[in-house]
Ligand binder design. Structure first.
Ligand code: AMP
Ligand code: MG
Length: 328
């Protein structure tokens, strides 16, 4: 009898310690999103994150004709909600910082190659040259909430929207007093807080050469953004050549930088998302120089020859068969 009571007590203690986990999946920003929350209030927190991201998608989408950004693109000028203006300003700051490798005005090029409509095509050199004339952050003027696009420029937040959504979600989770959570927004992973068992977050980095497999595992603690841009994510093939969705705003073509995957680890998810795209465009050498000049992120680069470069701040946190540690 005594033994039985002890067992029940231990079971109760165990149940009392085990934190509940609430999980939700939904479709937004052209992808399936997954949110997992530990602790009380998980249902409410999941719903709040889903509502917030769905709202953002309605404002930022370039393919929904009624979104504020689609209307701006169609009319060349218009008023954006304040948070879209803030996102545009933060994106343009990254355009400057990355010397134009990240550029929201690349959208007409993305369209020309068919990436928004799935009507893929390899455009002619003259078509590219013509559309390139509309590209350039200098074509954007912001006056309060009024935005004007000159020279037929159009904008797209595809490279940063999920990062921005993750950043806003972190604020929501803080407001809701959530214990721990993890968001998986396609290539964007956002960890939040510490899991009840105190273990690290384990993040799998997809193998770009075999996308069903994992090339490396990353261990992080606390609240972090882990964002990957890869040429395997969206592409089409013509005459045996693969054309992917990350454009070099200087050439108007898919970035041929020698990289196939870029992962950024940072405290800020918008920064991580913007830089994952920008460093992909830069290629290994420029990307590593850029990292050496910076102090707000770490990176894992995978080159098309299979070399995995890991910056020194992550060296102890990565499990990967073979990799090169990059120092400052
Ligand atoms: P990501 O997956 O975060 O690297 O973002 C890629 C998406 O951003 C593409 O599908 C395009 O919509 C857009 N994009 C492609 N190239 C660029 C670029 N150089 N700068 C800004 N946005 C881009
Ligand atoms: Mg990005």
């Amino acid at each position: 009898m005594k033994k039985c009571c002890l067992c029940i007590l231990l079971l109760l203690l165990f149940c009392g310690c085990a934190s509940t986990v609430t999980e939700t999946n939904f479709f937004a920003m052209d992808t399936i999103m997954n949110v997992k929350v530990w602790g009380d209030g998980g249902q409410r927190a999941c719903q709040a994150v889903q509502d917030r991201i769905t709202d953002l998608d309605q404002t930022l989408s370039v393919t929904r004709a009624d979104s504020a950004v689609a209307q701006l693109n169609a009319n060349g000028h218009g008023e954006l909600p304040q948070e879209a203006v803030d996102l545009l300003e933060e994106t343009l700051a990254l355009t400057e910082r990355t010397n134009g490798a990240l550029d929201p005005t690349v959208y007409p090029i993305v369209k020309l190659w068919g990436f928004t409509t799935d009507a893929y095509q390899v455009p002619s050199a003259s078509e590219i040259a013509q559309v390139l004339q509309t590209v350039g952050a200098g074509n954007i003027t912001i006056d309060g909430r009024e935005v004007t696009l000159a020279n037929g420029a159009q904008i797209d937040f595809g490279a940063v929207a999920k990062g921005y959504a993750a950043q806003r979600s972190v604020e929501l989770l803080q407001e809701q007093g959530v214990e721990a959570a993890v968001l998986s927004l396609s290539g964007n992973i956002q960890t939040y807080g510490t899991k009840p068992d105190g273990s690290d977050w384990e993040i799998a980095i997809r193998n770009p050469f075999d996308t069903d497999g994992v090339i490396a595992t990353l261990f992080v603690s606390g609240t972090k953004a882990i964002v990957t841009s890869g040429s395997y994510e969206r592409y089409f093939e013509e005459d045996g050549v693969r054309y992917h969705h990350i454009m070099d705003p200087k050439t108007g073509r898919p970035a041929d930088s020698g990289l196939v995957s870029v992962t950024i680890v940072a405290d800020n998810a918008l920064l991580a998302d913007g830089l994952s795209t920008a460093l992909f465009v830069m290629g290994t050498e420029r990307a590593l120089d850029f990292w050496r000049e910076s102090s707000d992120f770490e990176t894992i680069l995978i080159a098309e020859d299979g070399t995995v470069y890991v910056t020194e701040g992550l060296a102890e946190q990565v499990e990967c068969e073979v990799f090169q540690v990059v120092s400052r």
